[in-house]
Design a binder for this molecule. Sequence first.
Ligand code: MG
Length: 317
Amino acid sequence: MRVPAADLPARVRIHEVGPRDGLQNESVNVPTEVKAEFVRRLADAGLTTIEVTSFVRPEWVPQLADAEELYPQVRELHEERGISLPVLVPNARGLERALALGARRIAVFASATESFARANLNRTVDESLAMFEPVVARAKSGGHGPVHVRGYLSMCFGDPWEGPVPIARVVRVCRALLDMGCDELSLGDTIGVATPGHVLALLARLNGAGVPTDRLGVHFHDTYGQALANTLAALQHGVATVDASAGGLGGCPYAKSATGNLATEDLVWMLSGLGIDTGVDLDRLSATSAWLAKRLGRPSPSRTVRALIGAPQEESR
Ligand code: MG
């Protein structure tokens, strides 16, 4: 039943990360053709922003080593249907590879903490920002048409090595990413430890530092069951871009848990109940996640997929 609540955005844009952030953290190697079909099915279910892959060095993330083959297989979704197909690029080389294939939305990925910057990028936070600066400048320089740049910020709430992350540190890196030209930021709770008060406190401090809410998206993980509560808090603050992964794809690499990314189906269920328009067909999306779960050999951790499709989905293989 649809029962709207006061002071929430009329429309929410879901930034679907399943094919990239989801698959990147799945151990079963997925063939390129299956990935392409997954992306097409997500589009057919009504998702309008689908992060496809990552142009990192193939040996860094073997699951996404086929970016060059995959992107051209789904590019028509952008060209013919106007669907946004962002890709991750770590450096200048990755950017050139992505631009050459026609990518017009890119994302760089920074860390709020030194430990994760070191683990993920083998750099300090400031060294990684220095690495992204020419990438963003080149993307925004024109000559290849307008390119939209998203800046991911990992470990905005807690860090597996450092514990709770001071808000001031997150604000500083957010400011730096916007100042170098990022159009949008995605605030990542990479280990899923955030709670709603922390979310609201960070958003308020960002606003206080001159970061407008309409430049912010949120990226919550459900490791501790807080992803939807945190999302609702962010919506109440005015955030209208929410990252989610179809079927909850992508376990948590920093906890012994099958539950990582917020499942898109769980998000759509809540938004639909609130009367917030997403354009997503929940039945088609759930069927897509169940279809992929069979190929991965493990059931979707999404509560909504289980409620609508049944679990475990691998039994029907
Ligand atoms: Mg994630």
